[in-house]
Design a protein around this ligand. Structure first.
Ligand code: SAM
Length: 233
């Protein structure tokens, strides 16, 4: 039987280019092909580290033909590395659907994780709230009737669900509205962390009771990427 290739799932920085592991750099430098979400974004990283390997785009809208093309490369023994624009692939980013597609069609292919940063874990690491257990909700649905609020409000064990620290990704445009709705549901003195632009020049941690954080954010127009962590009660 021919030797099949390996698909490496490689975490990349969420801002500061130094936040990449030595192993990730070795894998990227040795890969036959790097699958990238957006070529312009990843090019900066690859150029910074003199990684001169072929790249091909792969993103959430990639067709099944593209996935079959990737599978055929693996079956021919090529080693591929998949990265997303930032952080860990598969965490609110493409990756897992490709893994599923490949494993459904060939169980001989090894999927190897190359761990590194993720914005949610980075935010949890500095929240100062208990995070031995936490729930990650990814991006909240944009619909009016928000799933987060249904989740917090309804169901027989709703009160116990509120006891666990939870985190989610949010856009800077919606952050104030979301925090306002959250205040309605869980009260103004629940503690939160809004972690903005983690590892970047304008990194800011807004931490305090919901009403205090809302007041701070109303004064400063918040820009950039944010993660919200809400303390379990
Ligand atoms: N795969 C990524 C990870 O592992 O963190 C997440 C990608 S998701 C498409 C992008 C969201 O992650 C942003 O909208 C923001 O909520 C959060 N995020 C990514 N980088 C961030 C940073 N440097 N600071 C704060 N939040 C960040």
């Amino acid at each position: 039987m021919n030797k099949v290739g390996i698909l490496y799932i490689v975490a990349t920085p969420i801002g500061n280019l130094k936040d990449i592991t030595l192993r990730a750099l070795t894998i990227l430098k040795e890969a036959d092909l790097i699958l990238v979400e957006d070529t312009r974004v990843t090019k900066k990283l690859l150029m910074h580290y003199d990684v001169d390997r072929p790249v091909m785009s792969y993103h959430q809208h990639s067709s099944d033909e593209k996935k079959l093309h990737i599978l055929s490369k693996l079956l021919k023994g090529k080693n591929l590395a998949l990265v997303s624009d930032a952080g860990t692939p598969g965490i609110s980013d493409p990756g897992n659907e490709l893994i599923d597609f490949i494993l459904e069609r060939s169980d001989g292919i090894r999927i190897v994780p190359i761990p590194g940063t993720s914005a949610v874990i980075t935010a949890l690491s500095v929240c100062g709230f208990r995070a031995d257990k936490f729930i990650f909700l990814g991006f909240l649905p944009k619909k009016k009737k928000n799933k987060l609020f249904e989740w917090l409000k309804e169901g027989p064990s709703a009160s116990s669900r509120r006891t666990i620290t939870f985190a989610f990704y949010e856009s800077p445009n919606r952050i104030l509205k979301t925090l306002g709705e959250l205040k309605e549901l869980i009260g103004s003195n629940r503690r939160v962390l809004v972690a903005r632009e983690l590892t970047k020049l304008h990194e800011t941690l807004y931490r305090g009771q919901l009403s205090e954080v809302i007041a701070k954010l109303e004064n400063e127009k918040i820009k950039g990427e944010v993660v919200v962590v809400v303390e379990g009660k």
